[in-house]
Design a binder for this molecule. Structure first.
Ligand SMILES: Cc1cc2nc3c(=O)[nH]c(=O)nc-3n(C[C@H](O)[C@H](O)[C@H](O)COP(=O)(O)OP(=O)(O)OC[C@H]3O[C@@H](n4cnc5c(N)ncnc54)[C@H](O)[C@@H]3O)c2cc1C
Length: 650
């Protein structure tokens, strides 16, 4: 996403949030950082500046327009589609346990942050399928590393084709970003097809549209075949301006959206432009009416769906899964030249076991390697809230605005009285900005537009990986014959993950796939076109090594209970310190095991995040997001004990 031109035309470095002016120079654990505005907006930036300005609503005036579109006229599914279905489910459980407020010791084995996502409302961690750790060496056809949507979808496609599959997971299944997603399934892709075509040409854009449509629909097919009750349903996606009607930037953005809609239509997507588009339930003062409509998109309950697929996999003779089994190295061994000799993939686990496989698939969200693909990705935090709205009061749709850090909205089932409106956005580079204010910004945005919004029950964040040329990397890793990678979700990682299953299974089976070259990690052309942004990103992240000279706290006493920070004594290496709710202190090395960046405290998720390549560690120092493979190294007995307890707790 990071075009140099876009970096140059970024909005000004201040923004209006609700009515308050927040400077984008913020304190992170004592460190003053001037942030680079993120580049995760949905469509190319033409306008400078960005503001959320209240204006008198014209929504109601527009309701009498002949173009006024009601929810029902857009074939929105009935409300019952949103509620848990009454059909008997073979592979899903629907417990409604609310999460506990304070994380338990083993929380970092269930999920990648201290905060729970809305998905645990209907599918608590205790309802996820359970597996045991690996206790011996193994041989198999394919070893998949990582049990998120990419790993599970790849396992499904390969097992269906009769391959022997072993999946290993460092923590528990679905403990990565899949459990913290917001659940849209769409080929109305975040980056916009006009932008995608600049990097990949029209044929590439068309392949992207077709392949994501396939993945979106594949989830519907599989959930139907396996009888998984997962709220899967088709609905429209709306892209609206970030500016209110009457602002000239609104007209400019609608012009961009119209061009995008026309181009999408040309590519075969069911997209149209509706200048009078309104969304049922958006009755607040801010009127951003008009926009792009992509019909036949979808949403679902991700962890219910994937728990269902895993329950099915568990019953297959050619599938095995081992959790709490961390891969520490994934290598190709042997020699194969012109079909003579033999190479295989060899995986070593943290506990010292070896898995030998014909192929390995790194479905770890980000590859566990030093550089290479890592330099072609940017790392962002994205934030979500789940806010109650009276059941049926907001249209069941996918909604996005066109801001640089765009906001997104969708619904999921809550209870008999309310729906949950999931509102997300406010992305920023990992470890480089304050985390907590993002939730308030999302809430303000929602209440200004949806005055019926009630209580916020869930607030969480997760990690997004943006490839420089917008498309995920799925296929054989650079320089490899036996090791596949899946990475670079670009905010569309659910469909990218499902697609990975098809692309990898086809390649292993020797089936030609017309979409494969678009996603190949070995592609060069589109990457070369992105060099300026890669250089700029590289400079920005290398500047983060400045933290070697900084200290977030001067004394452990300065830390509040339940928080963390980095103490840099200058005379020795910096240490990451966490003080628990009882005042007990644990200390780890603050150096990220990946490339020795100094981690930062993330107050929202109680984690230590590396601002260089985005690796993250729980407050116990457990690695919850790569490219690091290892945990933060404990610096005292308390650190060792806490880490051991977290990993050992079942
Ligand atoms: C807030 C938010 C909202 C989002 N919304 C959407 C959306 O609406 N639609 C969409 O399409 N995408 C969305 N995304 C992106 C999408 O959720 C992710 O891209 C996707 O879930 C990633 O799936 P994955 O299987 O690749 O990775 P993960 O789910 O992260 O799974 C990777 C697994 O690998 C394991 N692992 C890591 N290292 C090792 C190791 N050394 N050994 C063994 N196992 C290891 C991890 O523990 C983890 O369980 C969103 C993301 C976020 C954060």
């Amino acid at each position: 996403m990071a075009l140099l031109t876009r970096l140059c035309t970024r909005p000004s470095s201040t923004k209006l949030v609700g009515t308050s002016l927040l400077p984008r120079q913020q304190l992170i654990g004592g460190d003053v950082t001037t942030s680079t505005p993120p580049i995760t907006r949905r469509f190319p930036l033409i306008l400078g500046g960005r503001a959320y300005i209240s204006q008198t609503s014209r929504l109601h005036q527009s309701s009498s327009s002949k173009h006024f579109t009601t929810a029902s006229s857009r074939n929105t599914p009935s409300r019952s589609a949103l509620q848990p279905q009454s059909i008997p489910s073979r592979y899903a459980s629907t417990s409604t346990t609310m999460p506990t407020a304070e994380p338990e010791p083993e929380k970092s084995m269930h999920t990648s942050g201290a905060r729970d996502s809305v998905w645990v409302h209907k599918q608590p961690y205790s309802a996820y399928p359970k597996f045991s750790p690996l206790t011996s060496d193994l041989e198999t056809d394919i070893c998949i590393i990582g049990a998120g949507i990419a790993g599970i979808s790849t396992a499904y496609e390969l097992v269906k084709r009769g391959k022997n599959v072993v999946m290993i997971e460092a923590r528990d299944v679905l403990s990565g970003e899949t459990g913290r997603t917001s659940g849209h399934l769409t080929n109305d892709l975040d980056d916009g097809y006009l932008e995608i075509a600049k990097k990949h040409g029209k044929a590439g854009a068309k392949a992207a549209a077709q392949s994501h449509a396939w993945a979106r629909d594949r989830i519907g097919e599989i959930s139907k075949q396996l009888g998984i009750d997962c709220e899967y349903r088709k609905l429209p996606a709306y892209d609206v301006s970030q500016y209110p009607v009457g602002d000239k930037k609104h007209s400019q953005e609608l012009k961009e959206l119209k061009e995008e809609a026309e181009y999408q239509h040309e590519l075969g997507i069911e997209t149209r432009f509706d200048e009078n588009l309104t969304v049922k339930g958006w009755s607040g003062k801010i009127d951003q009416r008009g926009g792009l409509v992509a019909d036949n998109q979808a949403t679902f309950h991700p962890t219910k769906y994937l728990s269902g697929v895993l329950e099915w996999l568990k019953q297959q003779h050619n599938f095995k899964c081992f959790t709490r089994t961390r891969a520490m190295s994934i290598e190709e061994k042997g020699v194969e030249i012109l079909g003579i000799g033999h190479k295989s993939a060899v995986i070593q686990t943290e506990e010292g076991h070896t898995i030998k496989a014909e192929y390995a698939v790194e479905a770890t969200c980000v590859p566990l390697q030093k550089l290479s693909i890592i330099t072609q990705l940017e790392f962002y935090r994205s934030y979500c809230i789940a806010i109650r709205v009276p059941r049926g009061s907001v249209e069941d749709c996918l909604l996005y605005d066109n801001a640089e850090e765009y906001k997104y909205v969708r619904l999921t089932a809550c209870d008999e009285v309310d729906d949950y409106m999931v509102v997300g956005g406010c992305d920023h580079k990992v470890g480089q900005e304050e985390t907590m204010p993002r939730f308030a910004e999302l809430e303000t945005w929602t209440r200004e537009r949806f005055p019926q919004a009630g209580k916020v029950d869930y607030r969480w964040s997760g990690q997004i990986f943006e490839p420089v040329d917008y498309m995920a990397f799925i296929g054989k890793n650079q320089g490899m014959d036996k090791i596949f990678v899946v990475t670079g979700d670009s905010g569309d990682g659910l469909t990218h993950g499902v697609l990975a299953g098809r692309l990898i299974a086809d390649e292993i089976d020797g089936v030609e796939n017309e979409w494969a070259s678009l996603y190949s990690p070995k592609r060069i052309g589109s990457i070369l076109k992105s060099l300026p942004s890669m250089v700029s990103h590289d400079l920005q992240i290398n500047a983060q090594y400045k933290r070697f000279l900084q200290s977030d706290i001067t004394d452990i006493e300065d830390l509040a209970k339940g928080s963390g920070g980095v103490l840099n004594p200058k005379t020795s290496k910096p240490v990451a310190i966490y003080k628990d709710e009882n005042g007990k202190v644990t200390t780890f090395s603050a150096l990220c095991p990946h490339l020795k960046g100094v981690v930062c405290w993330n107050a929202a998720e109680k984690s230590f995040d590396c601002p260089v390549h985005g690796s993250r560690f729980s407050k116990e120092g457990i690695c919850v997001s790569g490219p690091a493979k290892a945990n933060l190294s404990p610096e005292d007995e308390a650190g060792k004990t806490t880490q051991g307890t977290a990993v050992g707790a079942a």
